[in-house]
Design a protein around this ligand. Structure first.
Ligand SMILES: [Zn+2]
Ligand SMILES: [Zn+2]
Length: 243
């Protein structure tokens, strides 16, 4: 199966990634990607970029080298209330956001805190994806998360980087098995993303697919293969209001 979407990718603007936007786009083209999301780390991540970077993404064309470019951000969920580190004005210029928990930017302590943080982050309409809900350092109540994702029409991510042998997140395999079992039970859709920090990985889904095949997860619940329009038609609130 050919992957046509990668919604979770980083550029040098993130501060700990090593390729430019054009490096990523050229690799996307070679790898057959049709929709590429730019999702650099929001400002609370040490070494990442200023909020102006995100509000100015709107100057980029919708298509570069024939690839639909979606302008996004990987937000840091800051607390169990689901607060995030870009204000509504900056977010209004973007097409979508991923909401993720990251060690240096989040202060919750319990399983309930971590789960509440991600579910409450879904209240921001711009959040379309929950990033890497797989890290044993932040255990989650998966059934509650899966049901909330369905209710809010937010995609849960299967993060290819988390499943790589040199990943720093913990227990991703076991956690994804549990999450995907519940996604199948409740008919909840997932998206596979590379979380590329170097252009060679754009569109990579090898580790995620190995797991998907291993547990026979239903393909109709994976949006990478069947719902391109869901992404191609994404338009920022800013653009919608302007028209
Ligand atoms: Zn992340
Ligand atoms: Zn990321």
């Amino acid at each position: 199966m050919i992957n046509k979407i990668d919604m979770h990718t980083h550029t040098v603007a993130s501060g700990h990634a090593y390729s430019t936007l054009m490096d990523n786009i050229r690799t996307a083209k070679i790898n057959g990607i049709e929709v590429l999301g730019i999702s650099d780390h929001a400002p609370a991540m040490p070494g990442s970029t200023h909020e102006y970077y995100f509000s100015n993404l709107r100057i980029l064309p919708d298509y570069i080298e024939g690839i639909r470019i979606l302008k996004g951000v990987e937000l840091n969920v800051l607390d169990s209330e689901g607060n995030v580190d870009l204000d509504d004005r900056s977010l209004s210029f973007l097409d979508y956001a991923i909401a993720s928990l990251h060690l240096p930017c989040y202060e919750g302590e319990t399983v309930k805190d971590h789960t509440d943080a991600l579910i409450n982050a879904m209240k921001h309409k711009i959040v379309k994806i929950i990033g890497h809900p797989d890290d044993g350092r932040y255990p989650l109540e998966y059934e509650r998360l899966v049901i909330a994702a369905k209710e809010n029409d937010v995609l849960l991510e299967v993060n290819n980087s988390s499943l790589s042998p040199n990943a720093f997140r913990e227990n991703a395999h076991e956690n994804y098995k549990e999450m995907l079992r519940l996604c199948a039970k409740h008919e909840v859709k997932v998206i596979i993303n590379s979380d590329s920090h170097f252009h060679e990985y754009i569109g990579a889904m090898n580790h995620a697919m190995a797991l998907i095949e291993d547990i026979h997860f239903p393909k109709h619940l994976i949006v990478n293969f069947q719902a391109l329009s869901r992404f191609i038609d994404l338009k920022s609130e800013f653009e919608k209001n302007r028209r």
